[in-house]
Design a protein around this ligand. Sequence first.
Ligand code: MG
Length: 254
Amino acid sequence: MLYTKSKYEIELMKAAGEILAVLLNTLPEKIKPGVTTKELDKFSESVIMKNGALPSFKGQPGFLGAPDFPASVCASVNDEIIHGIPGNRILHDGDIVSIDVGCSYKGYQGDAARTYVVGECSEEASRLVRVTRECFFEGIKNAVPGKRVIDVSGAVQDHAESNGYSVVREFTGHGIGRELHEDPEVPNYRTNRRGIMFIPGIAIAVEPMICAGDFRTKTDRNGWTVRTADGKLSAHYENTVIVTDGEPIITTLI
Ligand code: MG
């Protein structure tokens, strides 16, 4: 279902988003060589709960018989693109780790992701992380009334490809509000559909997933972890965005 958010709903989405923004800004203090992805999950969950919100990812239903998602964040390392399950994996100097996290506050959702570098990483990795973030900002220049979903998608794709990278096809951004995933779909590449025209009150999660090599993916036997088929690095950057009469509101960024 596609609907515009009222002023009241936007305030609640901003409150949900602020919890994630603070969490994501705090995580670099925790992301050091030697930490496990499970520790990052526990910390993130405690921040969400302390702020009176609920972790949205925990219990998300799996595809094709996979179990429900067991954690509050997705932690995807190096060639893992999205949906990495936090566990005993230790992060090492030079790794990159994408943390994707959602929370609901008084029934309204926020969803955001960042890719962090662990210790010192290669020039190649830090460039991928930087360009992935830039893709988001190029995209949302088009999250304004009168433009369409395809304008966001195309801007993300153009920025990634002009930097020699590729864009994941099988997973997209999405509408967000009362539910974590709502209409419309927000691909990071041009499809043969233009998508809806934006009007104030439309809320979307824009989330470039950018690959250093080819965009083809494979999914681990756990039914969740999606990684690049060629084993090359991938990065992810996401915020929850609300279209207004002027500049879009980014609820998950401070
Ligand atoms: Mg999302």
